[in-house]
Design a protein around this ligand. Structure first.
Ligand SMILES: NC(=O)c1ccc[n+]([C@@H]2O[C@H](COP(=O)([O-])OP(=O)(O)OC[C@H]3O[C@@H](n4cnc5c(N)ncnc54)[C@H](OP(=O)(O)O)[C@@H]3O)[C@@H](O)[C@H]2O)c1
Length: 291
């Protein structure tokens, strides 16, 4: 099992300084360096995908397995995870670890069992929950469910995996946020704030963990055709497949990006909207959505 393969593929000029296991030390990055160690060769790397029973997580786990990674997949639906494992070369290089991210003890126990088998080179948090909600129709239980799955679950995961990753001074943590976290949007009362929090969390993690040699990235997808978006009753602009999302994420990790966003034709517009003053932003969103 390689502990340094992902860093060995670094181009000349990329910051070095990744420490041997158990000897984390500060890494300096120049202005033009990639923000993270690039991951270009997945052979032999161990990847834990949380939220892999469907959609983007499942497609990314399958793509990483096809690129040679050993994939460990988690979600609540054990049947789907088992079926996924069987589809990957009859189970070779894939394992199912069912769990509920809202159960801190289960997350910790699973992480410990996985780490007892070997180090993790990538932990990808894809678990997500989404329902439309407006301030005029608040559903407190569902608000809390968004928070528990989309945000608190990540805290359970980082609490469980970071001690081993920082001790080793290697590995990459990637969190799937959303362009819905950039700014307030209609019907996004429950979902949007959890994604804004996730992006901010990733920025904080980067500042603390980057100097220790770890990679941290935040994923900002636009619309992807998955069970999560199946409820949307409007035409989703620039809609892509989970396979296209997985490809964009793998390209982003290979580039060493911190902010991996796609499809660019949509996310660039969302990034421009983020720059508008409120007096221009609010009317623009109302005009675009009719809400
Ligand atoms: N689709 C989009 O357009 C889009 C856009 C931006 C961001 N995203 C984000 O991308 C991520 C993946 O979403 P998706 O679109 O691929 O939707 P999805 O197919 O519904 O996937 C969501 C995953 O989260 C898992 N999950 C939900 N609650 C869980 C829990 N309590 N414990 C463990 N796993 C749990 C689900 O598995 P189980 O039900 O088996 O637990 C499933 O594997 C989410 O974070 C979502 O917010 C999606």
């Amino acid at each position: 099992m390689s502990t340094s393969r992902q860093f060995a593929a670094e181009p000349a000029g990329h910051p070095t300084g990744v420490a041997a296991p158990g000897q984390a030390r500060a890494v300096q990055r120049g202005f033009w360096s990639s923000l993270n160690p690039r991951i270009t060769d997945w052979h032999g790397l161990r990847v834990w995908v949380i939220g892999a029973s469907s959609g983007i997580g499942e497609a990314t786990a399958a793509a990483l397995h096809a690129h040679g990674a050993q994939v460990l997949v988690s979600a609540r639906n054990a049947t789907s995870l088992d079926a996924f494992v069987k589809r990957q070369s009859g189970g070779e290089g894939a394992q199912a670890w069912p769990l509920d991210v809202t159960d801190a003890a289960a997350v910790k126990a699973t992480a410990q069992a996985i780490l007892a088998q070997g180090p993790l080179d990538l932990v990808l948090y894809c678990a997500g929950h989404y329902n439309e909600m407006r301030a005029t129709e608040i559903d407190m239980a569902d608000l809390k469910k968004h928070l528990a799955i989309n945000y608190t679950g990540v805290l359970h995961v980082i609490d469980a995996v970071l001690p081993a990753m920082t001790a080793r001074g290697a590995g990459h943590l990637s969190l799937i946020s959303s362009v819905a976290g950039f700014r307030g949007l209609p019907k996004s009362l429950a979902y949007g704030p959890t994604k804004a929090a996730l992006t901010n969390l990733a920025e904080n993690l980067y500042l603390d963990l980057g100097p220790l040699g770890l990679g941290v990235s935040v994923i900002h997808p636009g619309f992807v055709q998955t069970p999560l978006t199946a409820q949307n009753d409007f035409t989703m602009p620039a809609l892509i497949t989970p396979e296209q999302a997985a490809k964009a994420m793998i390209a982003g990790w290979a580039q060493g990006d911190f902010d991996i966003h796609f499809p660019k034709r949509f996310t660039r517009v969302m990034k421009l909207l983020r720059l508008l003053p409120y007096r221009a932003y609010f009317p623009a969103v109302r005009r675009a959505t009719g809400l």
